[in-house]
Design a protein around this ligand. Structure first.
Ligand code: DX5
Ligand code: ZN
Length: 220
């Protein structure tokens, strides 16, 4: 299981500590939630902050663009140091073009899906992407309740990828924690984002490890 703590749930006035926690906990990625006040009401992390994070750590940045017109900002987030970059299916008019652009720039291309968007919308474009970020909460903020019906989307996506022999990483984002990560892993998810579960815990670095081992004991 790949683990990506979402720094949105950390103390945003102390990102230095958030990064140190992720390094100590051996996080696979830093999940960076970019919101534009338009696609979602909230406004969060901009290009200069991503740039600063990329300079500060070797941990690859997984940048989740919750923005309208992602084509407008794509290159700038790639320049800033995004290694994995996802755009929302609901926001992308020319999705294939965006995925091609992300690949041209040497990054991993992902598509994020709102809870209500079925995975079947990606049937045709599946060979052109590296990962699907299944949102298990409505995008907009950390600390929301996990929507269990999204587990079936992970199962369906895994079945499709297997059937067609495609390498697609299945990621889940929102409300994932120690109480449900076993179910998430059992549904075929191989990449978990966790915000509040990590940064809201008493020992965030240890929680990253605990999430990983709980997920892996389920899959074993
Ligand atoms: C929600 C974000 C998530 C969120 C995760 O819009 O995309 O990445 O920060 O936080 P938790 O794990 O607290 O739901
Ligand atoms: Zn996210």
């Amino acid at each position: 299981m790949l683990l990506a703590p979402s720094i949105l749930a950390a103390d945003l006035a102390d990102l230095e500590t958030a990064v140190a926690i992720c390094e100590r906990g051996r996080a696979d990625f830093l999940h960076v939630d970019v919101m534009d006040g338009h696609f979602v009401p909230n406004l969060t992390i901009g290009i200069p902050v991503v740039e600063a994070l990329a300079k500060r750590t070797e941990i690859p940045l997984d940048v989740h663009l919750m923005v309208s017109n992602p084509e407008r900002l794509l290159d700038q987030y790639l320049d800033a140091g995004a290694s994995w970059l996802s755009v929302h299916w609901e926001a992308a008019t020319h999705l294939d073009r965006l995925l091609t652009r992300i690949h041209e720039r040497g990054a991993r291309a992902g598509v994020a899906l709102n809870p209500a968007t079925p995975v079947e919308v990606l049937d045709d474009v599946l060979p052109a992407l590296d990962f699907v970020l299944i949102m298990s909460v409505n995008p907009g903020s950390a600390g929301q309740k996990f929507l269990s019906y999204t587990l079936d989307k992970a199962r369906r996506l895994q079945a499709k990828a297997r059937e067609r022999n495609l390498e697609v990483t299945i990621a889940m984002d929102g409300g994932v924690g120690l109480d449900n990560i076993s179910r998430v892993a059992a549904a075929g998810v191989d990449f978990c984002v966790a915000g509040s579960a990590v940064f809201g815990s008493e020992d965030p670095a240890a929680t990253i490890g605990a999430l990983r081992s709980r997920a892996e004991s389920e899959v074993a």
